[in-house]
Design a protein around this ligand. Structure first.
Ligand code: 7RM
Length: 655
């Protein structure tokens, strides 16, 4: 095929994975979703399906209208009113679940707390009263810049209680990043902490917060939680300690009933180069969508101990640590620190300690654990686990199988869940009681979700082919735009394919209709006119027993346009001895064909990743092409690129 004939071919489908895992019969017997009719029901009556889910929430004024779709803007349950914090807290306490644990919180240094729904409600009410005392009114924005401590979900819920939209900024982001988000949202109050713990060190959050506030004009007050207890810079008259101000408030706060479409939060997505986009999420539809997906996909039961190991600063934390689980009255685990502090078995120690039954994490974590070796989980009793989840990147079949076997003991279904900050809730996913799993596939759209794979011209690609993932019907937790930027909203998501949401991901469907996510389309490589997905080449590399993780990019090449350059991290015990790179190249050829043979392979101990664990292929591309590096502010560990750059300067072409 030449580059001319590949017009219309968005992406090629090369990799095939044939292993299948039907739901274990014991699991299926008691699963929350046992009847595949749910798909037909939702397809035939989208509004009826979601209205039924919405009926499980507590409304102040019940809605009469389900959906108004004035593309690209949706309104869900428009004439209803409710309060999000009441749905997450008060109603569970009223129902007699006040003493149920809402969060088992585990601090990095080893301190821990159990917080019941009643305690969380009371602290939320106190915090809400404190915010009011600081001048926050319904509609005012509040910025939150905190470590993973209980005050973080408390602050979010307190904002929801008084109808003040919040924006959480990752505790790992710089003062500049925080300042930009404060400026765009015009936040009136900033909530932060004296510091946080990470890998045994103290992160100087308050100092960053001060620098950010100095670069913006909207912040009037800074509320500071105590975590590390060390001394911090202080601005009298502006800064207030949480224990003092919140501690003295009443433990009741009358909740503000808000319109269904009242803004709940803004979450900024760091675009690659451009200014971050403020993704707008509203109240009722978001809560309905996150609660229903949480319950059905994670099969949540009253006595589950559920652990989503993301950071709350990422959308996964918003939807699946805070709002979905709390709306369902679920007991969650919240962990402050890193997986290797003090040792590489920290997560498995937590699973054992709290008898975690459902674990939700990212492929990057799983591949890191593969690299560290099975001896770390082997030290712990993890028989409490019954379901595993994955999110954030395509999970390579080999990593899926390792997770299933080494963490799940071969008995737990693995739900690979595809979604985005913009979608608010999981959209492509198995339902673990009815879906036969294929390692590496996110399987099927959630009931009621319309997803398609289209070519360059927007025509649906037949089963077996690959292309661009689009969403064809509105869903309740969908974004309601980009804050103050209607044009950018339309341009980014709705202009590429008329009337459909462009996700920016490549995908293929196999003959059975299973969806396989293939990475961001910006990362697609073009080799001799073939458009090759990063995911497929990476998965074929990871299927070699010596490989833990791989990232591939296209490097400019005089002959083929681009040539595949692979960065490879080996599993514990392997070294990149002579011959391994040619062995890996031939391994890829054997798995998916000679067109995908990497021209260059470079072994590296780490890959550059964002704080949410996504591989930053853009930086690898810059390194491999000898370009100056673009924006590195969202990197989790800035030293990684320097290490790789130094090594690549001495590298050579293998081909
Ligand atoms: C939840 C989240 C969104 C991007 C998305 C994809 C990638 C997420 C999966 C996945 C393959 C998955 N929000 N992505 N989940 N790719 N399989 N199960 O990650 O806004 O931070 O990122 O993440 O590329 O577009 S996000």
């Amino acid at each position: 095929m030449t580059s001319e004939t590949s017009r219309g071919t968005a992406l090629e489908a090369l990799y095939e994975e044939r292993r299948t895992f039907p739901p274990p019969p014991e699991f299926a017997k008691t699963a929350n979703v046992r009847d595949r009719q749910v798909y037909d029901r939702a397809a035939q009556d989208l509004e009826g399906f979601w209205a039924e889910q919405a009926g499980t929430l507590e409304w102040v004024k019940p809605f009469t209208k389900v959906l108004s779709w004035n593309a690209p803007y949706a309104k869900w349950f428009e004439d209803g009113t409710l309060n999000v914090s009441v749905n997450c807290l008060d109603r569970h306490v009223r129902a007699g679940r006040g003493n149920k644990v809402a969060y088992y919180w585990e601090g990095e240094p080893g301190d821990s707390r159990a917080i019941t729904f009643r305690e969380l409600l009371e602290e939320t009410a106190r915090c809400a009263n404190a915010l009011k005392e600081l001048g926050v009114r319904k509609g005012d924005r509040v910025a939150i810049y905190m470590p993973m401590i209980p005050e973080l979900p408390t602050a979010m819920l307190a904002c929801a209680r008084i109808g003040a939209p919040f924006t959480v900024v990752f505790g790992g982001f710089s003062a500049e990043a925080l300042a930009g988000r404060i400026r765009d949202s015009e936040a009136k109050v900033l909530i932060t902490a004296d510091g946080g713990y990470r890998k045994g060190n103290i992160v100087p959050l308050k100092k960053n917060a001060d620098d950010a506030v100095a670069q913006s004009s909207s912040v009037e007050k800074v509320l500071v939680a105590r975590r590390t207890g060390h001394e911090v810079p202080w601005t009298a008259g502006r800064d207030v300690w949480w224990p003092e101000l919140v501690g003295k408030q009443k433990a009741e706060c009358v909740p503000e009933a808000v319109d269904a479409e009242h803004m709940l939060y803004l979450l900024y997505t760091s675009g690659t180069t451009a200014k971050p986009k403020g993704i707008v999420h509203t109240s009722a539809g978001y809560l309905v969508g996150t609660a229903a997906t949480h319950k059905m996909i994670f099969d949540i039961k009253e006595d589950d101990v559920y652990w989503c190991a993301a950071d709350i600063g990422w959308v996964t934390g918003h939807s699946y640590i805070v709002f979905g689980p709390l709306a369902n009255g679920t007991t969650g685990v919240m962990y402050e620190g890193t997986p290797d502090f003090p040792d590489k078995d920290r997560w498995w120690q937590i699973v054992e300690k709290y008898k975690v039954s459902v674990l939700y994490c990212a492929p990057t974590a799983i591949r890191t654990f593969m690299k560290w070796g099975p001896e770390h989980p082997a030290k712990h009793d993890m028989r409490s686990l019954r379901l595993l989840g994955s999110v954030g990147e395509p999970i390579n079949p080999e990593a899926w199988l390792w997770y299933h076997e080494t963490i799940g003991g071969g008995r737990c279904p693995v739900v690979d869940t595809w979604w985005m900050t913009e979608t608010g809730m999981i959209l492509i996913t198995p339902l673990p009681g009815i879906t036969t799993l294929k390692p590496g596939s996110a399987t099927f759209p959630f009931p009621g979700v319309g997803a398609d794979v289209v070519d360059e011209d927007g025509r649906s690609v037949p089963l077996g082919g690959a292309g661009y993932l689009v969403l064809t019907r509105p869903w309740p937790a969908m974004l309601r735009g980009i804050y103050k930027d209607d044009k950018r909203y339309r341009d980014t998501y709705w202009s590429r394919f008329e009337g459909r949401f462009f996700a920016g991901d490549g995908a293929k469907r196999d003959e059975g209709g299973y969806f396989w996510l293939m990475g961001r389309v910006d990362d697609v490589m073009k080799v001799s006119g073939h458009r090759i997905s990063t995911t497929e080449v990476e998965s074929s590399l990871v299927s070699h027993p010596a490989v833990a993780e791989a990232a591939v990019i296209g490097r400019e090449d005089p002959i083929t346009g681009q040539a595949i350059f692979a960065f490879v991290t080996l599993r514990g015990g392997s070294d990149g001895g002579d011959g391994l790179s040619s062995e890996l190249r031939e391994h890829v050829v054997g798995k998916i064909g000679s067109i995908a043979r990497p021209k260059t392979i470079m072994f590296t101990p780490e890959l550059p990743k964002t704080r949410s664990g996504k591989i930053m292929r853009r930086l690898l591309r810059d390194i491999a092409n000898g370009q100056p590096l673009g924006d590195t502010t969202t990197l989790a560990d800035a030293t990684v690129v320097e290490t790789i750059r130094a090594a690549s300067a001495q590298g050579r072409d293998d081909a």
